[in-house]
Ligand binder design. Sequence first.
Ligand SMILES: Nc1ncnc2c1ncn2[C@@H]1O[C@H](COP(=O)(O)OP(=O)(O)O)[C@@H](O)[C@H]1O
Ligand SMILES: [Mg+2]
Length: 252
Amino acid sequence: MIVTEGLKKIFNKDKKNEVVAVDNCNFSVNNGEIFGLLGPNGAGKTTTLRIISTILKPTLGTVNVDGLDIIEEANKVRKNIGFLTGETKLYDRLTVKETFTYFGRLYNIDEAKLKKRVKKLIEMFELDDKKNKRIAELSDGMRQKVSLGRTIIHNPKNLILDEPLTGLDILARREVTNFIKKERKQGNCIIFSTHVMSEAEELCDRIAIINKGKILCVGEKEKLKMEYKCNSLEEVFIQLIRSQDEKSNSHI
Ligand SMILES: Nc1ncnc2c1ncn2[C@@H]1O[C@H](COP(=O)(O)OP(=O)(O)O)[C@@H](O)[C@H]1O
Ligand SMILES: [Mg+2]
C-alpha cells in the first residue's frame, strides 16, 4: 500500500529556473489495485514516481509504503518496491538469464533462491527460448519484458511502472498488460503512469489526473465519468485540464 501526503517537489529552488514539478499531491493506492497516474508530458508523473521509489527526495510532504516512511526507512522500502521507467537500463552484452541473475545479486538474494526466481521469471514472461540470447539481439517488446523481470527480481509487493506500454507493439503490449493484471490478482499494489487514456480505461481501477504538478481528481474510473458526465476518461481529462487553464488565466 502506498500513501502520499502533501507531496511537493521544486527543482532548482530559489533560482531563476525554479520548477514546481509536483505540487501538493495526495493519493493512496491499495493492495490488489492498479492505480493510474494520468497526465500529459511534463505533468509531474515521473517526478512523483521517482519520489515514491526513493530515488528523489520530496521538497515537502511524505510517502508511506506499507507503513514505512520513504525517507526514514528508505532501505526497507526499496526491498518492497520495483520501479520501471524509460531509463531502466539493460546491458546489451548480458544474456536474459545473466541479466536476471546480475540484478538479483545486487539485491543480495541467496543464490539458491535466486536460481529459482530466475527460472520463475523466465517462465512467467515466456522467455525460455530467449534465455541464452544477449539483450542486444532482442526485440523492443522482449527487452521490455526483461526490464520488467529485472524490476521484480526481488518479488516486491509494490510496483511502480512509469509508462510501461510506451513504444510497444500490439503483441508485446498485450503481454505486458496481462502481466500487470496478474500482479493485481496476486494482491500487489500497482501504480501505472500514462498519457494514453485508452491504456488507463483498460487497466486501471482508480486513477488520478495530474497536470502542471497538481492532482485534478482522484477516484474510481467509472465514478469519475459519472461525476463529470463524460463517456470516456479522455473527456474527463480534457474537461479538467481546460478548467484548470481557465482558472490560471483568470488570475493573470
Ligand atoms: N531533474 C530535473 N531538473 C529540473 N526540472 C526537472 C527535472 N526533472 C523534471 N523536471 C521538470 O519537472 C516537470 C515535470 O516533469 P516529469 O515529472 O518528468 O513529467 P512527466 O513524467 O509527467 O512527463 C517538467 O517541467 C520537467 O521539465
Ligand atoms: Mg515521465
